[in-house]
Design a protein around this ligand. Structure first.
Ligand SMILES: [NH3+][C@H]1C[C@H](O)[C@@H](O)[C@@H]1CO
Length: 626
């Protein structure tokens, strides 16, 4: 095929085009990006005196354990404590261990900061010491330190320790342990509250992000970060919705919530952490507000919306308000960020095409009130585009599509036919997730991908060339879901998988990275690909370097020769090629983590040059031309 490139750009490309969608699904947050290593650290949202309340905790050497509703809770937000009784007649360490989020990585040279609160429900003359450590699940100590404790009072005492392992553990099958000497503490009962164990964090932020995952996400230079969801914004019930104010301030003040993906969210990764994260990666948030619909099916009646609208106003004021006039903004200032954060986009709900009939008034009432308060914010609607008709007319819609690789390859012209009527589109969730067109959301046995493959990733890349071509109306796009703990997935495939020890960037992640790191600031029209074809491309210009950047996706198993004809007076005779290619079913997985990674080379270029796109490949060709 011959591709003739135009001399003049058709439109500027928005700087927000490529970014990331986040929600706490498959332990993306708790057990993933959020660096806390202990699972069920504060016994939040569990029923006392049940085995489930002790999830991730186990007894060491006969200690009697139970989660109790403490008569003197450590805080009103954290009513549960761990009650530990040392039975008589035990010798050696007796206590409690935590197995982390399906393992704990212990690296020599890292400093681990551990903490917990303790109190003796009955005061006594007991004086002892507690040993805090990390050990393999076979019981071999990796590091430990001891701190004195006293039963002189029944008040809570905070213990902080640092651990410095001198050797790395052979695997992530390790436990965090808190023990007392069985003989010395025989018969003692101690209460513990909110344990915590942190490794070093990204940019050393307190209560921050896991370094390896954060670094991987930063490598694609995302321009936006959608938060906090996705389904996980919504709650199964109105009471279980995500509430910004329950996720800010001291961890002692954060009750946590039952998340929408089958596990308790600590909310240690809260709105302030999200916003600091956005600043650390130079991203802008696309922040959602709860829009009055819970996933269990409840819509708040219009007459009852006001408190939820006020909560949304406070949420936005927390982000951009003036501390002198807004208490929510004053709270932000007190937490260390007096200046407003960047916020241009607020999404009203999530996938409200599940509740379109009530979205008409929910959208109207939220957006009318919020626009009056925040005239510069762009509000994003989440129903199907223009169905139902909404008032005020949305100027932004969030469009989601999960489909087959073939669908993506066949629909790279999805937006070409959209009316140019001032409405802009956020392709907020997209991924090729199954080869089975009649059962997209089925199981792996039915064609569902567990990890992206070069078939799914080239399909997505084809679609993304269309998003780039239509970036006059597509302002943002993000693959979903972003993250996944391979030991506890609620959704596959995902962009980046991980376990307690490692991160596994997928083939689709490398596609996102190739598009995001090789952006142009203007789109250059060229011979259009055949919509029903198998080879797709987009051409952009980076005006600052006078580079032409050509992205090519070959979605089938035969190499595709393509000739480019450029109209520029000066064209470099060599250019760079960044190529991601592999077999149709090739995936990066925990067993083959780097099976398919981009390879760089130089290629001959010129006013007319040919390039052969390998089978199942995404290529980025860059050359200076003007
Ligand atoms: N059901 C998908 C759509 C929803 O918005 C997300 O929470 C889910 C996975 O990304």
């Amino acid at each position: 095929v011959t591709v003739t490139v135009s001399a003049t750009a058709s439109h500027p490309i928005p700087t927000t085009l490529w970014g990331q969608m986040f929600e706490d699904i498959s332990h993306s947050g708790d057990g993933g990006l959020y660096a806390e290593l202990l699972q069920n650290r504060a016994f939040q949202q569990v029923t006392p005196n049940t085995a489930a309340a002790l999830n991730a905790w186990h007894s060491i050497n006969g200690a009697a354990l139970s989660v109790v509703a403490d008569t003197v809770p450590v805080s009103s937000a954290l009513p549960n404590s761990l009650q530990l009784t040392i039975p008589a007649g035990r010798t050696g360490p007796v206590g409690v261990g935590n197995e982390g989020y399906f393992g704990i990585k212990v690296a020599a040279g890292s400093t681990y900061t551990a903490s917990f609160h303790y109190r003796f429900p009955t005061a006594s003359s007991f004086r002892g010491s507690v040993t805090v450590g990390l050990q393999t699940s076979a019981g071999k100590s990796l590091v430990s330190t001891s701190v004195p404790i006293t039963a002189a009072s029944t008040a809570w005492t905070l213990v902080n320790v640092t651990l410095h392992p001198t050797a790395s553990a052979a695997s992530t099958a390790n436990n965090f342990t808190v023990t007392l000497d069985g003989a010395a503490a025989s018969g003692q009962t101690v209460h513990f509250a909110i344990f915590s164990l942190f490794p070093p964090t990204f940019k050393n932020r307190p209560n921050g992000m896991r370094v390896d995952i954060a670094t991987t996400l930063s490598e694609m230079a995302p321009s936006f970060f959608r938060l906090p969801g996705g389904n996980n914004l919504e709650g199964q019930t109105v009471a279980q919705r995500w509430q910004w104010n329950a996720t800010v301030g001291p961890l002692l003040s954060r009750p946590g919530r039952v998340g929408d993906w089958g596990y308790v969210n600590t909310d240690g990764l809260g709105l302030m952490e999200y916003l600091n994260w956005c600043e650390d990666l130079n991203m802008q948030p696309i922040m959602a507000i709860w829009s009055g619909f819970a996933l269990g099916g409840t819509s708040v009646a219009e007459a009852d919306l006001e408190p939820y609208i006020q909560q949304a106003i406070d949420q936005i004021n927390f982000v951009i308000g003036d501390p002198a006039t807004s208490s929510a903004a004053a709270l932000r200032a007190s937490l260390g960020h007096p200046a407003p954060f960047t916020l241009n986009y607020v999404e009203v709900g999530n996938e409200d095409f599940f509740a379109p009939s009530t979205y008409t008034y929910r959208w109207h009432d939220f957006v009318t009130a919020l626009t009056a308060e925040f005239p510069n914010i762009h509000f994003i609607a989440t129903t199907d585009t223009f169905d139902p008709i909404l008032s005020p007319n949305p100027l932004q819609y969030d469009v989601h599509v999960y489909q087959t690789p073939t669908w993506f390859a066949q629909n790279s012209f999805f937006y070409d036919g959209f009316e140019r009527n001032a409405t802009k589109y956020f392709e907020g969730e997209y991924a090729a997730i199954s080869t089975n067109a009649s059962d997209i959301f089925g199981t792996p046995a039915d064609g569902r991908f567990t990890f992206p493959t070069m078939q799914s990733s080239t399909g997505e890349a084809a679609f993304m060339t269309g998003l780039e071509r239509n970036s006059d109306i597509v302002f943002s796009a993000s693959y979903a879901p972003l993250l996944n703990h391979v030991a506890n997935s609620q959704w596959t495939p995902n962009l980046v998988s991980f376990d307690a020890g490692n991160v596994y960037p997928s083939t689709s992640f490398y596609v996102q990275k190739l598009f995001s790191l090789n952006r142009g600031d203007e789109y250059i029209p060229s011979t259009l690909p055949t919509p029903a074809g198998t080879l797709f491309w987009s051409v952009v210009r980076k005006t600052s370097t006078r580079e032409i950047i050509i992205k090519i996706s070959n979605t089938v198993g035969t190499a595709a020769p393509v000739t480019f004809v450029l109209p520029f007076a000066t064209v470099a005779t060599t250019g760079s090629a960044q190529v991601l290619t592999g077999a149709e079913t090739a995936s990066n997985t925990p067993t083959t983590p780097n099976l398919v990674v981009p390879k760089n080379s130089t290629i001959p270029t010129g006013k007319t040059f040919s390039y052969t796109a390998p089978a199942f490949s995404v290529s980025v060709l860059t050359l200076v031309a003007h």
